[in-house]
Write a new protein. Structure first.
Length: 140
C-alpha cells in the first residue's frame, strides 16, 4: 500500500466516523440566553402568592462565557416594605443533569436555587427558610 492509498483510506475512515455521529458542534444546546420569569410563586404556611401578579419581574441574561446580568424587581406588595430592584450580575455554571447554578454578587433566593434547563426554559423549585419558591424562566 502506498502513502497515497493510506491517506485516502484514513480520510475515508474519518469521514465515515464523522457521518456516523449524530451530534455536531451546532447541535449542542446551551443555556446561554435572555430569560424572563413567566411563573414565580412563593408558598408560606400553605398560602400561595403569585409574585408576577403582585408586580415582580425577573430578567436573567446568561451570557456565553459564564457571566450573568439582568434584574430582579420586587414590589412593596411582595416585600412588605419598599420596592426593591436587585442586580443579577454574577456568573453561572452548568453541571450534569443540565442544572444551572448562579453565583451572584447580590444575595438573593436565586443564588441558592438550582435551575433545571430543558426546552428553552429554566425551572427552579425549592424550600428556602420555610418558603417554597417556584420559578420558571422562558428564553426570549
Amino acid at each position: 500500500m502506498t502513502l497515497s492509498h493510506i491517506r485516502t483510506f484514513a480520510g475515508a475512515i474519518l469521514m465515515m466516523t464523522l457521518a456516523a455521529c449524530s451530534d455536531s458542534i451546532t447541535d449542542v444546546v446551551t443555556p446561554a440566553g435572555d430569560y424572563r420569569a413567566t411563573q414565580f410563586t412563593t408558598t408560606t404556611n400553605g398560602a400561595v402568592s403569585d409574585q408576577i401578579a403582585l408586580g415582580a419581574t425577573v430578567r436573567l441574561i446568561l451570557q456565553v462565557g459564564g457571566a450573568t446580568s439582568g434584574s430582579l424587581f420586587l414590589p412593596r406588595a411582595s416585600t412588605g416594605t419598599a420596592d426593591q430592584t436587585i442586580s443579577m450580575d454574577g456568573t453561572w455554571t452548568v453541571s450534569s443533569g443540565n442544572i444551572v447554578q448562579l453565583q451572584q454578587n447580590a444575595d438573593t433566593f436565586l443564588r441558592n436555587l438550582p435551575l433545571h434547563f430543558e426546552n428553552n426554559a429554566l425551572t427552579g423549585d425549592q424550600l428556602q427558610g420555610g418558603t417554597r419558591v417556584h420559578i420558571v424562566f422562558t428564553r426570549q
